[in-house]
Design a binder for this molecule. Sequence first.
Ligand SMILES: *[C@@H]1O[C@H](CO)[C@@H](O)[C@H](O)[C@H]1NC(C)=O
Ligand SMILES: *[C@@H]1O[C@H](CO)[C@@H](O)[C@H](O)[C@H]1NC(C)=O
Ligand SMILES: *[C@@H]1O[C@H](CO)[C@@H](O)[C@H](O)[C@H]1NC(C)=O
Ligand SMILES: *[C@@H]1O[C@H](CO)[C@@H](O)[C@H](O)[C@H]1NC(C)=O
Ligand SMILES: [Cu+2]
Length: 162
Amino acid sequence: MMFPTFALLSGIALFCSGVAAVTTHQINVSNDTAGLLFDPEYINAYVGDVVVFTFHPKNHSVTQSSFNAPCTPLPGGFDAGFVPVALGTSDYDLPTRQFTVNDTNPIWIHCRQAANTAASHCGKGMVFAVNPGAYGKFNSFENFKAEALAIGDLLTAVNATM
Ligand SMILES: *[C@@H]1O[C@H](CO)[C@@H](O)[C@H](O)[C@H]1NC(C)=O
Ligand SMILES: *[C@@H]1O[C@H](CO)[C@@H](O)[C@H](O)[C@H]1NC(C)=O
Ligand SMILES: *[C@@H]1O[C@H](CO)[C@@H](O)[C@H](O)[C@H]1NC(C)=O
Ligand SMILES: *[C@@H]1O[C@H](CO)[C@@H](O)[C@H](O)[C@H]1NC(C)=O
Ligand SMILES: [Cu+2]
């Protein structure tokens, strides 16, 4: 009777090693105290992990962009669209959207509210990333956010001269 027991145990071991733990990452899209940001601003995630965005007031999007163009929607990329939320909505009623991490490449995200205007949320630093390069690397989250803020500065300057 040794063999069936061994087969059963190795079957369980195979089953367990084949099932990777899925982590769910909770991200606030804006929050009541800090305004135009994603909180946290970036995460590291494994393939298969789920990223859940909880939308706070007033009216934001979660839109994929690219490292080179932080405030421009990526053709074919993820876009939750605009999700308006009334001021005073209770935490339990805040809407959520989610995506699954499909590969290990960085995923760059912005809020496209008021795009290409001085009020651009992206231009005010409302950006987010999954698996950005490490601090000090060219494709770090810090460099991505700095690019977004530079776009915002440009939009503000253009607006001031009009
Ligand atoms: C997200 O916002 C909720 C309040 O709506 C807060 O309890 C929670 O701690 C926030 N999460 C993060 C990661 O800051
Ligand atoms: C809002 O985000 C800021 C910056 O990450 C954080 O310090 C603060 O605790 C957050 N507030 C809430 C209510 O989650
Ligand atoms: C949310 O923002 C979008 C884009 O600016 C706008 O078209 C839409 O009317 C807004 N929705 C509400 C309810 O304010
Ligand atoms: C991962 O693939 C699913 C299924 O095709 C898709 O719905 C989702 O948007 C993808 N995630 C990202 C971040 O593109
Ligand atoms: Cu926004």
